[in-house]
Design a protein around this ligand. Sequence first.
Ligand code: SF4
Length: 298
Amino acid sequence: MKNYVYRDLSSKKYTKNEFFKYVEKKVLKTVRNYDLIKKNEKIVVGLSGGKDSAVTLYLINKLFSSRISDISALAVDEGIKDYRDKTLLDAKKLCKDLNIPLKIFTYKKEIGVKIDKIAHLGNPCAWCGVFRRYLLNKTARLIKADKLATGHNLDDEAQSIIMNQFKGNVAFSAKLGPMTGALAHEKFVPRIKPLYFLTEKEVLIYSKLRGLNVNYVECPNSAGTFRDKVCEMLNSMENEYPGTKQGIVNGFLEILPKLKEMYKGQKIGSCKDCGEPAVKNKCRKCEMVDKLRLKKLL
Ligand code: SF4
């Protein structure tokens, strides 16, 4: 008797090997259809040690190593005790197993503060996200990467679309999609999302079946956030109406070219303090650093 590990939206069942092929075919199709990885490109993967970025690194290495010129990983240590220290151990082990070089940058050294030290200010994810985007982009550019691959999956994208919709941030949605930042500014390293059409559940099952060394811990700051609530809402809708998340993303992709057209006139200059890309005269990272200095936390 066949041992099935997964059932898709059309109720088709998959054995382990069939599931591997299903996942890998989806990633190959995403990369091909959206031209995410070109021949001889240098790819760096933003690796947290969690399942999504681990699967991204594993699959780019497995499916594209003969096509690209180089693959490496970048990790950011935000300074979140009992969380990032654990996932970074996994990141190191995975890179060692795959023989892929890994560089780790810390908020403490690059920004001057750990997230644990400023979490009491409220909404730590707001600080953390801005610092991470800044650091990943800057370091990816410094190592001359052509693309920065991230582990964003279909669930993440559906959440971002709904969050922007709820907050009326249409301009933010124009920056979503399988590849972002391609033409926005010379200092932006384009970001690619090879897992764009894979659900969180599919990535989770794949990581477990492949035996990837992943510690399935959640960041202690993620509970109760706006994203967390939208995630719960979408999971509940998906349970009742399977295909909801896919529908949100597919519908969004139909209007994305129009959104990009609408917001393409938005000028991106350089931050007067650090020189990184900025919509205003200062980038958000430097604005946040100023706030921390005012509070004498830096
Ligand atoms: S959940 Fe928030 S605080 Fe934790 S790593 Fe993610 S962005 Fe940072």
